[in-house]
Ligand binder design. Structure first.
Ligand SMILES: C[S@@+](CC[C@H](N)C(=O)[O-])C[C@H]1O[C@@H](n2cnc3c(N)ncnc32)[C@H](O)[C@@H]1O
Length: 236
């Protein structure tokens, strides 16, 4: 069920451009709901060695199963941001999607950025992607994705009342507010840890399902933001 809210494949063009003039050998994926991010990266850089860190064991197991099946060179580490204990760099590439939105305070977000800067090689690149809400203030979810999640919950092997509660929750839970309201705010957060920060935005809906959402149909849809950051400040 993972990947329904945001898929790394939406950002494949950004990854491709950011890695075009580079020959990275070791990448860190920080927070990976499933195997999609490692898949996208190894498609762009075949043979790339990956370390995947996540606070939760389920995505790590999905990544391990994918790596065992396809022969990818992947190490997994169960580790919590912002501390990311157990990780040691340097990494040529660090990729993370939406992780800042999952940290509760600005101090946690700044601590993560500092930690990631410390893990990046001097000539490495960090790529961060996220969506920021449009004028609705909350991110829209794709409705077909939520229906699929609700159907899966309804088929869960649990008592009927529990299944119903879970399915209703999948359909109705409010989406998370974004900690940022403008693309430059995301870039500014990274300027605390990196010397060179670039930001790109994309206003087109990333999927057909989102394009059909009332927010996009009325010009109030979320914006995809991509940040590339180089030269960790600690290296200056
Ligand atoms: C960062 S987003 C990534 C979503 C995106 N669709 C992707 O796959 O690239 C969600 C992932 O972050 C993980 N996560 C959430 N909070 C975390 C934290 N504090 N430290 C590390 N991982 C975390 C979740 O377990 C989940 O796998």
């Amino acid at each position: 069920m993972s990947g329904l809210k945001s898929s790394p494949s939406w950002h494949a063009g950004l990854y491709r451009r950011a890695l075009a003039d580079r020959t990275p050998s070791h990448a860190l994926v920080c927070g990976s709901s499933d195997e999609t991010m490692p898949q996208v990266l190894t498609r762009i850089v075949p043979g790339l060695r990956l370390t995947v860190a996540d606070a939760c064991s389920t995505p790590l197991q999905l990544v391990e199963a994918w790596a065992a099946w396809g022969g990818a060179d992947v190490a997994t580490v169960r580790s919590h941001a912002p501390d990311l204990a157990g990780l040691s760099g340097p990494f040529d590439v660090i990729v993370t999607d939406g992780l800042l939105s999952l940290l509760p305070t600005p101090a946690d977000r700044n601590a993560l950025i500092t930690r990631l800067a410390g893990l990046l090689a001097d000539d490495g690149v960090l790529i961060y992607t996220t969506r920021i809400a449009g004028r609705r203030a909350r991110l829209e979810y794709d409705r077909p994705g939520r229906v699929v999640q609700a159907l899966a919950a309804a088929a869960w092997p649990a008592p009927p009342a529990e299944r119903l509660r879970l399915a209703r929750h999948r359909l109705q839970r409010p989406s998370r507010p974004s900690p940022f309201t403008a693309p430059e705010q995301v870039a500014d957060a990274f300027r605390g840890g990196f010397d060179q920060v670039r930001v790109v935005t994309r206003t087109a809906a990333p999927t057909l399902a989102l394009a059909m959402h009332p927010a996009f149909l009325t010009g109030r849809g979320s914006v995809c933001v991509g940040v590339t950051a180089t030269h960790p400040r600690s290296q200056l």
